[in-house]
Ligand binder design. Sequence first.
Ligand code: GTP
Ligand code: MG
Length: 260
Amino acid sequence: MSSEQLPAGADLGRVLVVIPTYNEADNIREITDRVRAAVPAAEILVVDDASPDGTGALADQLAGDDHQIHVRHRTGKEGLGAAYVDGFTWAREHGFDVVVEMDADGSHAPEELPRLLEALRTADVVLGSRWVPGGRVVNWPWQRKVLSRGGNLYTRLALAMPVRDATGGYRAYRMPVLDKIDIDSVASQGYCFQVDLAWRAHRHRLRLAEVPITFTERQRGDSKMSPAIVREALWRVTLWGVQSRRQALRRALGKGSRWP
Ligand SMILES: Nc1nc2c(ncn2[C@@H]2O[C@H](COP(=O)(O)OP(=O)(O)OP(=O)(O)O)[C@@H](O)[C@H]2O)c(=O)[nH]1
Ligand SMILES: [Mg+2]
């Protein structure tokens, strides 16, 4: 698809599953157990934003019992995007080759991770997708489905990016991708963080693959989704769409001016 593809290795190397947490005390043990069972070679990094419910202390206990689990403690709630940037930076510093994004609430089944990693053998970024054939959402009210499908349709049209689920947060990246897309400069939070990374990868002509997943609504704990998160995604995606069309127009006019 492009000349900028990163080399695809037969062996993916060291895999780190980054799990951001804010008040996930009811979920953290189960999700780490499931990840360890599903992909025993993978390591886990919990990035906790000083959860008032003690998730960070629980994660420390888990890390104490298992040297493949690590914890980053941040000083306060700064949003999903900042937590992931922190986790990805740690992964780079510690020599990991692949990083995985996964929610703590069980929405992203660790049992599906081997399929995502398999797809990464021939891709630079793999997106777990609810909205490709075979993808599913369990226990969502129709309003959430409409919001997610509508948001993704808008994103696809505004950015002219052939991705069905750009807002999902179950993904795997080859480490060089994160350097290439300049992860340190990402300011987006919430859903927008996911769109931002997919958009950067697309613009760098990296290979994006979508793998169908079954997304299950959280059973325990509270959602951190808010109208502000939706608004952020809407205005940023609109801005990126306008900017990219303006650039395309400039290029076309620049080229066209050589022809009378
Ligand atoms: N470290 C950190 N983690 C966060 C923050 N906000 C959300 N998270 C975590 O990010 C993951 C996704 O958040 P959710 O609340 O499940 O958001 P969502 O999946 O968009 O919404 P639901 O579908 O309603 O669950 C969960 O593991 C949260 O604990 C934050 O500010 N800091
Ligand atoms: Mg969730």
